[in-house]
Design a protein around this ligand. Structure first.
Ligand code: PNS
Length: 160
């Protein structure tokens, strides 16, 4: 069985992430979307909240499972028995960080884990979770960036 892990902060999940999930799910028998900590970021949503949002938005995709992991991504891969990590590339500016992560993860996993990149659909190439939060924090319109249920939850965070 060909398994892949799509890791990320998903804080919040955007239409760009959802597009990658749908496309990666077609290429593998099982796709595990895993919410992990990015230590350089302060999350708006708890891990449980992010997991629940992802579950609701992917419930129609039969081969997609949502999980979370507190630790290194390579340990999450080992636990799940996955040898492929999926990441989206929006632009050349993503490349340096992604290349470094991919090489580090491959080294940490003794070459048993490879990263595969999907190019982000051009409709979402400009999109990031950070931008979504910034726009929402000033009560701007995020309806083109995230599904309605996510938009509602994001605005609630800034209004509470
Ligand atoms: O959505 P993001 O914030 O770009 O995802 C980054 C993430 C969560 C995949 C990355 O920070 C990560 O893998 N965190 C887990 C800890 C880890 O393994 N760090 C070393 C990677 S080189």
């Amino acid at each position: 069985m060909k398994k892949a892990i799509y890791p990320g902060s998903f804080d919040p999940v955007t239409y760009g992430h959802l597009d990658i999930i749908q496309r990666a799910a077609k290429a593998f028998d099982e796709l595990i979307v895993s919410v992990l900590d990015n230590k350089t970021k302060h999350p708006l949503f708890s891990v449980d909240e992010r997991v629940n949002i992802l579950k609701e938005l992917t419930e129609e995709l039969g081969n997609v499972r949502i999980g979370s992991y507190n630790g290194l991504l390579v340990d999450c891969c080992r636990k799940e028995g996955a040898h492929v990590i999926i990441r989206g590339l929006r632009a050349v500016t993503d490349f340096e960080y992604e290349l470094q992560m991919a090489q580090t993860n491959r080294k940490l996993a003794d070459n048993s884990v490879d990263t595969m990149f999907l190019t982000t659909d051009l409709r979402y190439a400009y999109l990031s979770s950070s931008t979504v939060k910034e726009v929402a924090s000033f009560e701007g319109d995020i309806s083109e960036f995230v599904p309605p249920m996510v938009a509602k939850l994001v605005y609630n965070k800034y209004n509470s």
